[in-house]
Design a protein. Structure first.
Length: 344
């Protein structure tokens, strides 16, 4: 690595900026270094008696599945998602999960976009892509990611051979669920289920929404069902996947520029192939388009998601994240207004 990587304590701060590693973000070894750090921090190597050599092999193989040419959906994004999972666990979500859950979260975070080639499900469906023909039109890209992840997970040199047969089945089943949960077309379903869980828990405890009393959460933890834990794990992965929108604005902007470059490249391909235009093609108003996209995504999706999820986190973490969300909304809103082509 070109630079010394921080420890788990630094990675658990919301302001940590992976992109400050510069070119090291795209060098081989980043995923292996961060992955082993998180596996070690959560005691997974010792608890499951994993071979560090085989874990390194798995992480290196997984890293190789990510295209360095992708502006956004690269190994750097996958590592960033794993770091965001780490923050959320340290903010209070750790108390909900078992060691197996933590193993699932680490593997799913690092592998959720395995094999991504910078095109989305809409493009795959509209172009009758071979992936759609293989997996169907629902969550085709996510099923493809699962298949690529399972290839390296099941490799003869992977760490999973240390697991019992039942643990291996659970790992593969749960990782599949986590990756499929990242499909944004299913976002409303997960969000609604989580909101309903919170509303029921508050009602049964006699606590009203907005009350700082968190006893309604603690009372439910000992009796969480497997389905409830699965829902919580899915929400952690989803939040981690979308976290850059509510990071400090400098980070949010850097990641936003990357995703917009992917969107525009897809838009250009859609125009060239005479497909329905689902993403903006290249435009002279890039900064305005970026600001408008980020503001809409923050206000309609990521903001409400974190507003709800962070109710289960500690007060300090909740304040940090939601303050960034508020500040970013103000900044993007001003840019949308100031850069509006109809005003200039």
């Amino acid at each position: 690595m070109a630079r010394t990587l921080p420890g788990a304590d630094v990675l658990s701060t919301w302001d940590y900026n992976l992109l400050e590693l510069g070119d090291a973000c795209w060098e081989e070894g980043l995923m292996k270094s961060i992955g082993k750090l998180l596996f070690t921090h959560y005691g997974l190597i010792e608890y499951f008696n994993l071979s560090e050599e085989r874990l390194s092999c798995f992480l290196s193989s997984l890293d190789s599945l990510y295209r360095k040419s992708n502006p956004y959906h690269s190994a750097a994004h996958a590592v960033d998602v794993a770091i965001n999972v780490h923050f959320l666990l340290q903010s209070g979500f750790l108390r909900f999960f078992t060691k197996m859950d933590l193993l699932v979260l680490c593997v799913a975070a690092l592998g959720h976009d395995a094999g991504h080639f910078a095109l989305n499900n809409a493009f795959l469906v509209n172009s009758d892509h071979e992936i759609v023909r293989k997996y169907g039109a629902v969550s085709a890209l996510e099923h493809f990611h699962v298949s690529k992840l399972m290839e390296v997970l099941e490799d003869e040199n992977s760490f999973v051979h240390a697991l019992s047969p039942s643990d291996l089945v659970e790992l593969k089943t749960m990782v599949t669920k986590m990756v499929l949960a990242t499909d944004m077309s299913r976002h409303r379903d997960y969000f609604t289920q989580f909101e309903e869980w919170c509303n029921v828990a508050r009602k049964e405890s006699g606590v009203t929404q907005g009350d700082n009393d968190r006893s309604w959460v603690e009372a439910r933890i000992p009796n969480l069902s497997p389905a409830e834990r699965t829902l919580f794990m899915s929400m952690v992965v989803k939040c981690a996947d979308l976290a850059n929108v509510v990071k400090p604005v400098e980070q949010a902007e850097a990641w936003a520029e990357r995703i917009m470059r992917e969107f525009q490249a897809q838009g250009e391909r859609e125009l060239a192939l005479a497909l329905p235009l689902t993403q903006p093609a290249k435009t002279a108003n890039f900064e305005w388009q970026l600001a408008k996209h980020q503001l809409g995504f923050l206000e309609n999706v990521v903001g409400p998601l974190y507003q709800s999820m962070m109710e289960l986190a500690d007060e300090e973490s909740r304040s940090i994240v939601l303050n960034h969300a508020k500040r970013n909304a103000e900044i993007w809103s001003k840019r949308v207004h100031d850069l509006d082509p109809e005003r200039n």
